[in-house]
Ligand binder design. Structure first.
Ligand code: M6R
Length: 613
């Protein structure tokens, strides 16, 4: 999500750090900062906004003449997760003595209790971040050996991290470590670079070492010493990278969209992390400022959103009604704002928005608040306008989504909304047994998505076969109906093929007139309730000569009789199967668009964030 750079060696340290941050900026850029080692003391400079803002500040405070004594440094570009994007919340964070500085990617799950514990010992915290706790914890464990202090601190951390650390008492080394968040070390001649991603390294050296979870690396200009948390030396291979800088930004993927599709197992893990209470078989919604009683009083949910986020809302409608028995409606935000919606005292209005800036969704939030609704946001961008104005809600923690076509934001929205429905359901009619079953199912989502991604080449082959079509229909029923809508949206926006998402039963009421040999139908025929009806719809399509491409549950051989091609989806319940299925449809759209030579990350006429009406 965020970007880390650390440098020790012969180059101009400040310039090298800023250059590295610029190369990582595509990952998120709400604020940035550097910490540098100068004559055995650490100076920290931070700025809100893009790296260029930091660069201006650095030029004022550390002019080139003054920065020649700087021997090493660490730097960070932030994509906020805990606390809004302010200068104080920007990294690096230091302990109270200012002799230890850290930069961190990831999320520390137990930071609240650690903060309490450290505060009781006299540590003073200045930011709202989870990350600051790491600097204080290392300081608390420091007895002269920084590597030992980092190891001791990491044993107490729960969650994910990639970190770089500097300590004024050991100015000739930097320390890097990871658990669940990548750290790669570039090995140069008399210089070493730490980064969260090779794009910050590649213009200096192509020789890199990828740290494994729980590795701690002591890094100097002359080399690297890697140890386990228990101080046992470990050896890691040096890899040779032959990507250029642009390919490195995309992690070697040809497009951001593809990278983001493949990031989904990790993104969904982030979205659900810390939100499942396995003891109570429940969801944890700490971003909602509602007591259990207030939650129990909610008797209607209205969802306002646009585009892909609206399709996530359609999924949530099924979840809230089935699991929690709460009547739920999904409104196009643009309609909601103008059509005088009925809002009662116990109506919860949920605004779903990846960017948190969509003009129509924001207007719906304001209209709902005016009418006295309880309003909450489901956003990706921390500190975005919708997140701020709703004042409560849940971040989906998908990380920056750069491709205009939304992919990982959708699956993370759906995962978070399912957890929300679990929580509301447990407060109503959902039994502990059913709650526990659902908790286990939610935990399985990243692995199910991985299974789909492993079969990407099969989907690519099918996509190439149909890439010449000029019209497509996507049909689904029940939980797969919103997925049909989303699949069609994905195809049309990046491949410019006319595609319509329909409820399978609705075909007969008009659209069937358009079916013919040149109009393929994607039928979502996974083995969930309604499959028999879907089979009947597939036969109707084939009778009109439309080729049918089915999504089907692995092992369901029967579907072969009713379709030309099959995209196989691993078995899961009807609540869960929409998520791996939509991932398969994202891949299908991507490969069709690629075959047609389209501009996948920036399709014509579209913007990532629609801030006008
Ligand atoms: O940022 P938001 O989630 O509010 O954006 C809503 C839509 O503009 C967005 O989902 C759009 O439909 C995407 N291009 C879909 O891929």
């Amino acid at each position: 999500m965020c970007g880390i750079v650390g440098y020790i060696g012969k180059r101009h340290v400040v310039n090298t750090l800023i250059d590295g941050l610029k190369r990582l900026e595509y990952r998120g850029y709400d604020s940035a900062g550097i910490a540098v080692m100068e004559n055995n003391s650490i100076s920290v400079i931070k700025a809100k906004g893009k790296v260029s803002e930091l660069q201006k500040k650095v030029a004022e405070k550390l002019p080139a003449s003054a920065s020649s004594d700087i021997s090493s440094g660490i730097a960070h570009t932030r994509w906020a997760t805990h606390g809004p994007p302010t200068e104080i919340n920007a990294h690096p964070h230091t302990d109270n003595s200012g002799r230890i500085a850290i930069v961190h990617n990831g999320i520390i799950d137990n930071y609240v209790e650690l903060k309490k514990h450290l505060s009781a010992k006299g540590h003073k915290f200045v930011s709202e971040t989870d990350s600051e706790v790491i600097a204080h914890l290392i300081a608390e464990c420091f007895e002269g050996d920084i590597v030992q202090a980092v190891a001791a601190a990491l044993k107490k951390l729960e969650g994910t991290f990639g970190i770089a650390v500097m300590c004024a008492d050991t100015p000739d080394v930097l320390v890097a470590a990871r658990r669940g968040s990548p750290i790669v070390i570039g090995v140069g001649n008399s210089e070493t670079i730490i980064a969260s991603d090779i794009s910050a390294i590649i213009s200096y050296t192509k020789r890199v070492i990828f740290l494994n979870d729980n590795d701690i690396a002591m890094v100097s200009a002359e080399g690297i010493d890697i140890r386990s948390l228990d101080n046992v030396p470990v050896s890691r291979e040096t890899a040779h990278i032959d990507w250029d800088a642009e390919a490195a930004e995309k992690g070697g993927y040809e497009h951001f969209m593809l990278k983001e599709i493949f990031e989904q197992p990790a993104a969904i893990s982030n979205a659900i992390r810390g939100r499942l209470d396995e003891t109570q078989a429940n969801g944890i919604l700490s971003g909602l400022n509602l007591s259990a009683r207030e939650m129990a009083m909610i008797n209607r949910i209205v969802i306002a959103s646009c585009g892909t986020s609206m399709h996530a809302g359609m999924m949530a409608e099924y979840y809230f009604e089935d699991l929690a028995n709460i009547p739920t409606e999904v409104e196009q935000a643009a309609e909601f704002r103008y059509r005088n919606p009925i809002i009662e005292p116990n109506t919860l209005v949920l605004a779903i928005s990846q960017s948190g800036e969509t003009a129509d969704t924001l207007a719906a939030v304001r209209e709902a608040a005016n009418k006295g609704a309880i309003v909450a946001g489901i956003c990706n961008v921390v500190g975005s306008t919708i997140a701020r104005e709703t004042g409560q809600g849940l971040y989906i923690h998908a990380g920056p989504e750069i491709g205009v076509a939304s992919t990982k934001a959708f699956t993370c929205q759906v995962a978070v909304l399912l957890i929300m429905a679990l929580k509301f359901g447990r407060g109503r009619r959902l039994s502990r047994h059913d709650g526990m079953k659902l908790v286990e199912e939610i935990k399985s989502i990243p692995a199910l998505v991985t299974q789909v991604l492993e079969k990407a080449s099969d989907i690519e082959r099918i996509a190439k076969k149909y890439a010449d079509a000029e019209d497509f229909f996507y049909i689904g029923r029940g939980y797969l109906y919103p997925v049909a809508m989303e699949g069609a949206l994905k195809l049309k926006e990046i491949s410019y093929i006319h595609a319509e998402g329909y409820h399978a039963a609705e075909l007969k009421h008009g659209p069937i007139a358009l079916l013919e040999r040149k109009v393929p139908v994607i039928a979502l025929a996974n083995d969930i309730p309604g499959k028999d009806k879907m089979i009947a719809n597939m036969q109707e399509c084939r009778a009109r000569k439309s080729p049918v491409i089915a999504t089907a549950t692995i092992g369901d051989e029967e579907i072969k009789t009713y379709s030309e091609d099959i995209i196989w989806i691993p078995r899961s319940s009807q609540l869960i199967t929409p998520i791996p299925t939509v991932v398969a449809l994202q891949l299908f759209s991507y490969y069709v668009a690629k075959e047609r030579g389209c501009s996948i990350d920036q399709p014509r006429n579209l913007a990532k964030s629609v801030t006008v009406e």
